[in-house]
Design a protein around this ligand. Structure first.
Ligand code: TMP
Length: 206
């Protein structure tokens, strides 16, 4: 594996999209050899699974099935896009990855860390992020900043307690994976956060 793999995580409304856009512009200006992708998604099949996971409302998706759907999308994404890109020496930036499964499925949906790890072990095909940046803001603050949840999204409709347990899940991951998981305080302006992200990326992977 020659390229570097960076994942960006955060609760709903943490400003991921804004930061990814700023980061994309920055990497293009520096002529970095990179791709930007997302989970669930990144390939045709994985995007179809994303559509099911986020918008399927004909019956409840049980937590275990949900975890397997994310893992299936991940297996396809790694196989078709992430691994080949890393093999070509590219920098791969991914909007969410395995840590979202830990925070949402293991902690918030209460499947437990070991179960989610087991479900994902094969899917991951030994691909581990070199660096994970967690955009650190509690959901209470981020929803206020964003002006409420997007009601068309099955997951954003979940209650505050669900989103708080996702947040607490991410904070646990900081302790479990200290070698790669870095929290970035996003309480400042979007440009201040962007500067922090560039500083960490430059030090760790660029
Ligand atoms: P996004 O809208 O931020 O791209 O994320 C899609 C939703 O999917 C978001 O609510 C988080 C959730 N998710 C999981 O629950 N587990 C996962 O493994 C991933 C990748 C996302």
């Amino acid at each position: 594996m020659k390229g570097k793999f960076v994942t960006i995580e955060g609760c709903e409304g943490a400003g991921k999209s804004t930061q990814l856009k700023l980061l994309k512009d920055y990497l293009e200006s520096k002529k970095e050899n990179f791709i930007m992708t997302r989970e669930p998604g990144g390939t045709i099949l994985a995007e179809k699974l994303r559509n099911i996971i986020l918008h399927f409302d004909e019956e409840d998706i049980c937590p275990l099935a949900e975890a397997y759907l994310y893992a299936a999308a991940r297996a396809q994404h790694i196989n078709k896009l992430i691994k080949p890109s890393l093999d070509k020496g590219k920098l791969v930036i991914c909007d969410r990855f395995i840590d979202s499964s830990f925070a949402y499925q293991a902690y918030a949906r209460k499947l437990g860390f070991e179960t989610v790890k087991k479900i994902n072990d094969e899917a991951l095909q030994n691909i581990v992020p070199d660096l994970t940046l967690f955009l650190d803001i509690s959901p209470e603050k981020s929803f206020l900043r964003k002006g409420g949840a997007d009601k068309s999204d099955r997951l954003e409709r979940e209650n505050t307690e669900f989103h708080m347990s996702v947040y607490r899940g991410f904070k646990k991951l900081e302790k479990i994976f200290p070698e790669r998981f870095i929290s970035v305080d996003v309480s400042g302006t979007k440009y201040e956060t962007h500067a922090k992200i560039i500083e960490i990326l430059t030090k760790k992977v660029l």
